[in-house]
Design a protein around this ligand. Structure first.
Ligand code: AMP
Length: 175
């Protein structure tokens, strides 16, 4: 099964992605991690990625799409995958050539997301960058929900609960 997991920064999507993949015996691919790794390259592309990420902006849509497709063609993803952080724009959703069977949306409020992120206390989690990332999420990523809803594969999950409760709900709904 090919799954995408969506939700704002702080929604707990990466945690759930790992847990779902373990339960189903499939792989995960985390877009933010992949881009972070790539941003460390000493090249123009590395710098481009790094400055977008630091600003809480979306990294070049096409560059990210190419990177994701290249990785998804690797052997470890052929049994199925949980794709975390992709797509983030309508354009990416429309242009991803690999078929998606389920799109999980973790619904959480901005107030909860901000609180969770500030509690993590990482240096990249300043209030300004968090607010920026949430704004970009609402503007660019939220519209993808109706794209998957129209395809009949959207699963909406209340993300403001315990990790285990959320996981049980997801596993029940993707059956
Ligand atoms: P995340 O770990 O999913 O919160 O992503 C961290 C950062 O990576 C985001 O704030 C963006 O700058 C970048 N990013 C992640 N996914 C994508 C994507 N699908 N397209 C473009 N940029 C992305």
């Amino acid at each position: 099964m090919n799954i995408v997991i969506m939700g704002p920064v702080g929604s707990g999507k990466s945690t759930q992605a790992q847990l779902i993949a373990r339960e189903l015996g499939i792989s995960t691919l985390n877009t933010g991690d992949l881009l972070y790794f790539k941003s460390k390259e000493d090249s123009d592309i590395g710098q481009l990625i790094s400055s977008a990420m630091r600003a809480g902006e979306i990294v070049d849509e096409g560059l990210t799409l190419d990177l994701i497709e290249k990785h998804l063609r690797e052997k470890e993803h052929q049994k199925g995958f949980v794709l975390d952080g992709f797509p983030r724009t309508i354009w990416q959703a429309e242009n991803l050539k690999i078929p998606i069977n389920k799109a999980i949306y973790l619904a959480t409020s901005d107030a909860v997301n901000t609180k969770r992120l500030l509690n993590r206390g990482r240096s990249d989690a300043t209030l300004m960058v968090i607010e920026k990332r949430l704004k970009v999420y609402h503007r660019e990523t939220q519209p993808i929900l109706s794209f998957y809803r129209k395809k009949g594969i959207l699963i909406e999950i209340n993300g403001e609960r315990d990790v285990d409760e959320i996981l049980d709900d997801i596993l029940e709904k993707i059956k």
